[in-house]
Design a binder for this molecule. Structure first.
Ligand code: HEM
Length: 239
């Protein structure tokens, strides 16, 4: 016997899936803009370990000479990104979903235990609700990053009108660097997120699409291979 357990509310699924293509357009159009003044690198003096970005990367993604196109896309989609993000945040607050996603007091210790478990260095997992401690920290981090990209973006979009924000971020040059670093962090988050989603499997992915997971009954009757379903309405499950 199996049970259907609701996991992600419809609103969260909409916010999540709108965010994905919109963020993709923001990153792509951001690259078109960045190409026109590609100043960042990792290195010291005349030594460069990594240039952002090598010519081969620019050519492969067809980035050169498309500054105006990049700006057009960036300045339209930023509104969708901002509105979707703000509505998502307000939804978390008003629906009390934030209690399931913001880190709790023991989050740091528990996320370490989750890491050891994922590396096969520890057997048990600490008890969890919708998300484990590592997920809570990662997802809350990405929400803060979303806020950071809006604020730093605003500062470099209108540095005169928003001079106070620009000043608080360390000036135009720093705000631009912070905007860039947050974008790199988004890409890194995305890569880890996709690996985790693939590892967690179809049931977990379907939860973010259809809103429910199919789980075994907590105490199955011995010898029963009944595959019928029962439904349950709680978003506080382990995954
Ligand atoms: C192909 C792209 C993506 C896929 C397949 C995907 C898949 C998923 C899945 C399955 C979950 C639920 C995890 C669980 O229940 O354990 C989730 C949650 C989440 N994802 Fe993604 N994701 C994608 C892109 C993104 C992007 C681009 C971002 C933001 C940068 C993002 C941010 C989040 C956040 C913040 C949550 C938690 C949402 C909440 O419960 O409020 N995802 N994602």
């Amino acid at each position: 016997m199996k049970r259907i357990v609701s996991k992600h509310p419809l609103a969260i699924r909409w916010f999540h899936w709108i965010n994905f293509p919109v963020l993709a357009v923001m990153i792509w159009s951001g690259l078109l803009i960045y190409w026109a003044n590609d100043v960042y690198r990792i290195g010291w003096g005349d030594t460069t370990i990594l240039k952002f970005f090598p010519d081969s990367f620019n050519k492969a993604l067809n980035l050169p000479y498309r500054l105006a196109e990049g700006m057009s896309f960036h300045f339209v989609f930023m509104w969708i990104f901002a509105i979707n993000g703000i509505l998502y945040f307000l939804y978390l607050l008003f629906s009390k979903e934030y209690k399931l996603i913001f880190p709790h007091k023991k989050a740091l210790k528990e996320s370490w235990q989750v890491l050891l478990h994922d590396l096969h260095l520890r057997k048990g997992l600490p008890p969890q609700k919708k998300y484990n401690a590592a997920q809570r920290i990662a997802y809350t981090g990405v929400i803060i990053m979303g806020f950071g990209s809006l604020i730093t973006g605003l500062a470099i979009y209108k540095p005169v009108q928003f001079k106070t924000i620009c000043f608080l971020l360390g000036g135009y040059e720093w705000a631009r660097a912070e905007h860039f670093i947050i974008t790199i962090l988004f890409v890194l988050f995305f890569l880890v997120h996709i690996v985790q989603v693939v590892l967690a499997g179809w049931n977990n992915f379907r939860g973010m699409v259809a809103g429910f997971e199919v789980l075994p009954m907590p105490t199955p009757k011995e010898g029963s291979d009944d595959d019928s379903f029962e439904t349950e309405n709680t978003s506080q499950t382990n995954n």
